[in-house]
Ligand binder design. Structure first.
Ligand code: SF4
Length: 563
């Protein structure tokens, strides 16, 4: 409780004395209590420490949580707090995480201890692959110190970043913007460059995570979103100038405040399960972290007209209570289309064309499981389960030429609006997969704005469903033939000038030419003979090449392949 009688939540009081485990199959986050040596104005940890409610976390439950995570297959672990490095359990836990083979260990720190190079070296001596996530609370010394309420804390944190960057380690920054720091935002590009920071994530001050505070306190430290917009814009322009692909993102900022930068904004989204610890480090029944995080947010009535609504979680209730909702101006689909010169809003704009597909029932034995929209990476995944619970995921990404290519499996089908790929769990029945894809293709093509540019590649699908050892046998043969061509080197005065993966089917395409002139390409692919794989060879004349020039080259190439 604070002096004004505001109470801490049960959740924060429980976290203050226990390890809390957040996680999914792939990664876990271990919150080592709330003890912290800073007093950040947006955070509950400093207040709980000040009030002596935050405690040291015993090492055993932390080790147990790490072991459970590893046995569930987690590859990445994040240590956070409070300040995890102040915990006596920190070093033993880190050592155990390395021993358990976690592939990536994220240390989320305020940098108080890393200011000493020996501390950094002590951690590096354990081995392990680290991401050092520094909690930098301002683009300038003044702003950072005004947020942490610890004079000198900026100098300490950048000293740590220097040590870590100088050792070639991965440095990232997290910041929580508030009244004491927003004006310093435009200084971040410079700071990130100086300390080789790979990624910057800026979140909003969340009233429910700020501790037991009064309304006057929130009115003092929460800043109106519209007031911050020009500072965010200036910062983002700075990053754009420095490196258009720089990894900077704003969490939980309403899209309507900066629609032209909406591709840099994301709201709590992908399901992350939270395993509350039971005090001795056992995982209890998990719950989805993000619905919990969204519980203190809501939309304004006018949000119903906004194109961003499906990915926007609205605004914090306390914010709405203090400042009202007039700031939030819906963005129309037309406006979004106008703004989308680089295909950033693929997921939102393609949605109407996929409505019928999303609503259709898949053929038996499939059951629709979930649709996952990743607006930032521009991917939609629709997941289906067969009778055994094995998953088929249909992946929808932008078509070629609509912004940066999204790296996914080779597409099975391409339209003017999207590309379609497929990902399967092991053991699914090939005939069930074909049934699902025939059904999907029919519904995906059904919208009037969709034109198929590359029809579904059923041969590729069937070849992809062959038992892996049979497929490998033919792929190995292709690799051997390519080796033979490379060794021979010369074919009627021409040579093999390039080898690339085949765009269709499984295999490779070899280009032949001479004196900078392409003559002919030869494709070696896995084909089907009934339900057995075999090697297929085909050729194509290069644009403008004479058949007479290609014939002797092809004769020599075919002879080499047959030898
Ligand atoms: S849904 Fe509402 S709060 Fe969110 S971006 Fe649109 S208008 Fe703004």
């Amino acid at each position: 409780m604070n002096e004004a009688g505001e109470k801490h939540s049960e959740k924060h009081l429980q976290e203050a004395g226990d390890v809390t485990i957040f996680g999914s199959d792939a990664q876990i986050e271990l919150q080592l209590g709330h003890v912290c040596n800073n007093r950040c104005v947006f955070c509950v940890s400093g207040q709980l420490t000040e009030q002596r409610l935050a405690k040291q976390i015993p090492v055993d439950p932390v080790i147990k949580a790490l072991e459970d995570g590893a046995s569930r297959g987690s590859k990445r672990v994040t240590f956070l707090g409070g300040e995890p490095t102040t915990q006596r359990s920190f070093m033993p836990a880190l050592r155990r995480a390395v021993d358990l083979g976690y592939e990536q260990i994220v240390i989320f720190t305020n940098g108080v201890r890393t200011r000493k190079a020996e501390f950094v070296d002590k951690i590096l001596a354990l081995g392990g692959n680290y991401e050092w996530r520094f909690s930098v609370q301002g683009g300038t010394r003044e702003a950072h110190d005004a947020v942490t309420l610890r004079p000198g804390s900026f100098d300490r944190i950048v000293a740590g970043m220097r040590h870590v960057a100088d050792r070639g380690e991965d440095v990232t920054i997290n910041m929580c913007v508030n009244e004491n720091s927003y004006e310093s935002l435009p200084h971040f590009p410079e700071l990130c460059k100086e300390y080789s920071v790979r990624q910057l994530h800026i979140d909003q001050m969340r009233p429910s995570d700020a501790g037991a505070r009064t309304d006057e306190y929130f009115a003092q430290f929460l800043t109106r979103y519209s007031e911050m917009a020009p500072y965010f814009a200036k910062m983002l322009e700075g990053f754009e100038e420095m490196d258009p692909d720089y990894d900077v993102n704003l969490g939980n900022y309403p899209y309507c405040q900066l629609p032209e930068w909406a591709h840099k904004i994301h709201h709590d989204g992908q399901a992350t399960l939270t395993y509350p610890a039971d005090g001795v480090g056992n995982f209890c029944d998990p719950f989805d972290k993000y619905p919990t995080k969204r519980a203190d947010k809501s939309h304004a009535p006018q949000c119903d007209k906004c194109a961003f609504k499906s990915q926007c979680n609205g605004v914090f209730d306390k914010y709405a209570e203090l400042f009202g909702l007039d700031e939030f101006k819906p963005v129309s689909l037309e406006r979004l289309t106008e703004l989308d010169t680089r295909g950033h809003f693929f997921v939102l704009l393609v949605e109407p064309a996929l409505k019928q597909f999303f609503e259709a029932q898949p053929p038996a034995p499939w059951k629709a499981d979930e649709v996952f929209r990743n607006t930032r990476d521009r991917i939609i995944e629709t997941r289906y389960l067969d009778a055994e619970g094995r998953r088929a995921t249909i992946i929808i990404t932008p078509p070629p030429g609509k912004g940066k290519d999204v790296p996914v499996h080779a597409p099975l089908m391409v339209t003017n609006r999207f590309r379609v790929s497929l990902l399967l769990d092991e053991g699914v029945e090939p005939s069930d997969v074909e049934k699902l894809m025939v059904w999907a293709a029919e519904h995906l093509e059904s919208h009037r704005t969709v034109e198929v540019t590359e029809a579904p590649d059923w041969v590729r699908l069937r070849v992809g469903l062959l038992p892996p050892e049979e497929l490998k046998r033919v792929q190995y043969k292709i690799a051997r033939l390519i080796g033979r061509i490379q060794r021979q080197g010369e074919f009627a005065g021409s040579s093999c000038t390039s080898i690339r993966p085949a765009e269709h089917g499984f295999g490779s395409v070899l280009e032949f030419g001479r004196a900078g002139q392409a003559i002919v390409s030869v494709a070696l692919r896995v084909e089907l003979d009934g339900d057995r794989p075999r090697l297929g060879v085909s050729y194509d004349l290069a644009d403008g090449a004479e058949p007479d020039a290609a014939r002797p080259v092809l004769t020599d190439v075919m002879a080499a392949l047959r030898a």
